[in-house]
Ligand binder design. Structure first.
Ligand SMILES: [Zn+2]
Length: 307
């Protein structure tokens, strides 16, 4: 029986790799900087192959012990055909048949998935989403990502583009968004906006979101108020999704989730006040549990078809 899955999490800055065991634990890991290998896809692919082989060799893991390799990528991925359609933040990736290439070079089964879907799968089976059949996972960072588990399966949509909660409009007007729309959820809770709001609130251009978190821990009223406003906005951004999908759980991950304790009351209050009664009564808002391992653990879920 195969004991391990190799998870790969390709990010705009770093590529993370991990050996994941049957219990969803990452037992070995490595990483390298994406930047040095982005000149063309073939260069990054070669670096991936070498990193997988080095990690397996370092742990003395034979190919026969590996059920497969799961790769999470920051962009549009055709998970059925194993083709990377486009990676907006990594130049040169357009319709790359990555699954076929990696399977040939690694001689192991390979599956591809969008990175937020990978995180969603990991949290669902081994993290904050355990035991439910329907959940929505959002990641709060520079961008706001979303993943959907509906009826016990990841929901990708026919174009593999479903779950973009960050681009649900909160306003008829509002700031232009990179997606081509305007007034998107991401424009109100993405890091760039929060950073700007924090600088204005504290009258300090150099204040970081970590600083505002620390101030909140110390009980600073302005900082606590700042996170309450953020929580209210996150709640507002979730209302439509909760009413439409009636999920049992909302999992909140990403960098800003570090301030979860400070944003949760306002999220819950907003949901209670604005969602329809049945949906509001059933949904539980929780903080993601797997941190930066979630994508690697999701690879295990995807490769092994965990039910
Ligand atoms: Zn948008």
């Amino acid at each position: 029986m195969s004991q391990y899955v190799i998870g790969i999490d390709v990010g705009g800055t770093n590529v993370k790799l991990g050996v994941v065991n049957v219990k969803g634990k990452v037992i070995a890991r490595s990483s390298f900087s994406t930047g040095a290998h982005v000149s063309q896809p073939a260069v990054l692919i070669d670096a991936l192959v070498q990193a997988v082989q080095a990690l397996m060799a370092a742990r003395g893991i034979d190919r026969s012990a590996v059920a497969g390799v799961g790769v999470g990528l920051p962009g549009l991925v055709d998970a059925d055909k194993g083709i990377v359609r486009i990676l907006p933040n990594i130049p040169g990736w357009l319709d790359v048949p990555l699954r076929r290439i990696l399977q040939r070079k690694l001689r192991m089964e390979v599956v591809l998935e969008n990175d937020v879907n990978m995180i969603t799968l990991g949290e669902w089976k081994f993290g904050a989403g355990r035991g439910v059949h329907d959940l929505v996972c959002i990641t709060l960072g520079t961008g706001v990502g979303g993943g959907l588990i509906l009826n016990n399966a990841i929901y990708r949509g026919p174009g593999f583009a479903a779950g973009e909660i960050g681009h649900a409009p909160l306003n008829e007007e509002g700031p232009a968004c990179g997606c081509g729309g305007w007034g998107c959820f991401e424009q109100y809770v993405g890091n760039r906006c929060l950073q700007k709001n924090a600088a204005a609130a504290f009258g300090r251009k150099d204040i970081s979101l970590e600083d505002v978190y620390r101030l909140a821990v110390e009980g600073n009223k302005k900082a606590l108020g700042f996170w309450a406003v953020v929580g209210g906005r996150v709640g507002t951004g979730l209302v439509g999704t909760i009413n439409i999908l009636n999920p049992s759980r909302i999992v909140i991950g990403g960098g800003v989730a570090g301030s979860f304790d400070f944003i949760r009351p306002a999220i819950e209050e907003t949901i209670k006040r604005r969602c329809m009664k049945i949906q509001a009564g059933m949904v539980k808002v929780v903080r993601a549990r797997l941190g930066t391992d979630a994508g690697l653990v999701g690879a295990k879920v995807l490769v092994c078809h965990d039910k």
